[in-house]
Design a protein around this ligand. Structure first.
Ligand code: UFG
Length: 330
């Protein structure tokens, strides 16, 4: 029996593939390589096509013995979703519809889904609980929420079971230093900070220092990509044990400000890292911190790399060794 990982050549996908392989699981990767990297995964079965290509998708389910799916394949940039919502509704929502249809037709009824803190929108309470209101403030968050709701109704109608993992700010890289974050364009704080000591950027912009926080910059809950990968494995095991559908937050429960992250990067890289305060980035909530108590108590999830310096050290090793990301690899 194998596990199908859609979007397995992306940042979180590739770390989950590596983690599941290390546990002896048989993995099949499906990725259209729109944003993923073929070199980020070492698998025997790699399919390169879009999940909206339902004939090919059907073929994958027919020619393999698949017991569950981990679904990462989606577009995930908040800013881009504001200017191109069509892309997000088509790839994320319609893509999910194609996947679920082919899953239930082929009697594959377990899915772990890569969701997001963006489903909450501007939070009412900190830390955020899974029972808090969901009111996305951008099409990216809206599409992730629509995908969750689709799974809910497919569960009620067809008995398909899902675990939705709402992650906060994924960070870090595999400690081996050979896979990591490689987005084009890059928009995330930690890889952008590390471009300064790499000589690719003169300074890091701090998007606003007038937020109602301890130092005026936004607080985020950073979670190591390997702790995320581990949560996907636990969620899959939970579903394969015939448990019911669930939604879990995934964060470390600690908030770090933009200035604190830059300071930690200065220590890790031993580089001064110039920073300049600029205007706020539209749509950024001041504070996003998760309560992850539910997944800890229900699935026994136990994050092992919660220290922000560990996350930056791992990211730094990857970026230093691969200045041009996966383009540096043979
Ligand atoms: N930031 C800067 N300068 C930069 C880049 C980012 O100050 O050059 C700040 C942002 O304003 C924010 C923090 O750093 O306060 C983190 O920004 P990221 O872009 O790294 O991450 P976000 O918190 O915006 O995004 C994350 C996930 C998204 C998810 C979103 C939910 O990456 O997938 O949270 O709001 F949708």
């Amino acid at each position: 029996m194998s596990i199908l990982i859609t979007g397995g050549a992306g940042y979180i996908g590739s770390h989950t593939v590596r983690h599941l392989q290390s546990l002896g699981k048989e993995i099949i990767v499906l990725d259209n390589l729109q944003t993923g990297h073929r070199k980020s995964v070492d698998v025997e079965k790699f399919y390169q096509f879009d999940i909206r290509d339902t004939e090919k998708l059907d073929q994958v389910f027919k020619e393999n013995d698949i017991e569950g799916v981990i679904h990462f394949a989606a577009n995930s940039l908040v800013g881009e979703s504001m200017t191109d919502p069509y892309k997000y509704y088509s790839n994320n929502v319609y893509g999910m519809l194609c996947l679920l249809k082919r899953m239930y037709e082929n009697k594959v009824e377990k899915i772990v889904f890569s969701s997001s803190a963006a489903t909450y929108g501007e939070p009412k309470n900190i830390p955020i609980l899974e029972t808090d209101p969901t009111k996305p403030t951008n099409p990216y968050g809206e599409t992730k929420l629509a995908m969750e709701k689709m799974m809910h109704w497919f569960d009620i109608a067809y008995g398909m079971k899902y675990v939705s993992l709402r992650y906060f700010n994924a960070a870090g890289a595999h400690p081996d230093g050979d896979i990591g974050e490689d987005h084009g364009p890059e928009t995330h704080l930690i890889p952008l900070i590390l471009q300064v000591p790499l000589g690719k950027r003169e300074y890091i912009s701090i998007y606003g220092d007038d937020y109602p926080t301890k130092d005026g910059t936004c607080l985020r809950d950073y979670i190591h990509v390997l702790d995320l990968a581990d949560a996907h494995n636990l969620a899959l095991e939970y579903l394969l044990d015939n448990n019911d559908s669930e939604i879990f937050n995934l964060g470390s429960g600690n908030g770090f400000s933009v200035k604190e992250v830059i300071e930690a990067a200065r220590i890790v890289t031993a580089h001064e890292i110039k920073a300049k305060v600029t205007d706020r980035r539209p749509g950024d909530p001041a504070v996003l911190i998760a309560s992850s108590e539910k997944i800890k108590s229900r699935l026994g999830w136990n994050p092992k790399r919660e220290n922000i310096k560990t996350m930056i050290e791992d990211a730094w090793r990857w970026h230093k060794n691969n200045k041009n990301g996966f383009d540096d690899k043979n």
